[in-house]
Design a protein around this ligand. Sequence first.
Ligand code: SAH
Ligand code: AVI
Length: 332
Amino acid sequence: MDGDAVLEIDDMACIYVEQSRPSNSLEQDARHGLLTAPRSMPPKYFYDKYGSLLFDKICDTEEYYPTRTESRLLEAHASELIELAKPGHILEFGSGCSRKTHFLMRACESININCEYLPFDVCEEVLCQVRDEYAERYQWLDVKPLVGDYTAGLDGLHRPKGSCLYVFLGSSIGNFNLQQANEFIEEVTACMLPGDSFLLGVDRVKSTQVLHQAYNDEDGLTGEFNLNLLNVLNDRLDADFDLNKFKHKAIYNEVQQRIEMYLISESIQTVNLSVLDESIDLNKDEEILTEISHKYTYDQAESLLTDAGLHILRHVEPDNAWFSLVLAHKSL
Ligand code: SAH
Ligand code: AVI
């Protein structure tokens, strides 16, 4: 990965991906999303160091089936997917702890594919941990962590030489609205050369009860993850959100096929956002939308990729059809 839009410090250092279009700062997002109703914040702000740790814990809960389900699919099909993609590079968007990427690396190892791994995430602390863990576990692997915001354009992401497998797991695609999801896949497709592949993990439409439980785990980890956004705002905006005066709410909107996650104000209250020199007056039960998580049907999962002009190579799902892993490629 080279070019003037990235700064490479040394072989193991993180590479800061330059934004190729202006994206809002936290201050701008807060001004736009919090000062007037209906209130909302983009979900990328969940992932400070503690938020990333909480997400990892959510993945181990009984209720949050996506990680477990996708892991099993990868365990069963990674070799076949890697054989089809034959990657010289694996670039993973929103890689987080890269806990499922091990399946892909082990598949590469078993057929002697010495690829390079480019985990791309907004959370630098987690990327550093992943770099150390992967470099130690896979001595043959070059790890080049990319720090950046994948919603800020991908032109700064100079395409590596050799075939590239782009990976987007965990159904993070669901955290975009439908239009943003299509635009993102079009942008990735524009980075791809003929022969490159895209592996997409997509959470499927299923019973409301299963979905509701997945975002309302009994131990309250999802609630803590949601409320941690207020800690991020307190730190970065010198705000005074009192976490005891908000509660977590996650519902499945069947019409829109999506989970909607909110923070609910439990009383009438005023919150000061010192860095913005603003305050907000919240009513009792007023909502702040913090995340959407779209669920897709089998056909919709494929359309995400085919609408961008990619061709499906393989689509795997478990017996209960709760999750899809779709591998597509750009034709020669
Ligand atoms: N792919 C992993 C982690 C999913 S959690 C899995 O399937 O388990 C979502 C990850 O995406 C977090 O690590 C978060 O820091 C990252 N992320 C969220 N929004 C992002 C953005 N706009 N740009 C880059 N990374 C982002
Ligand atoms: C990262 N993303 C796909 C998760 C999801 O399921 O939408 C984030 C999450 N939010 C609550 N629990 C998990």
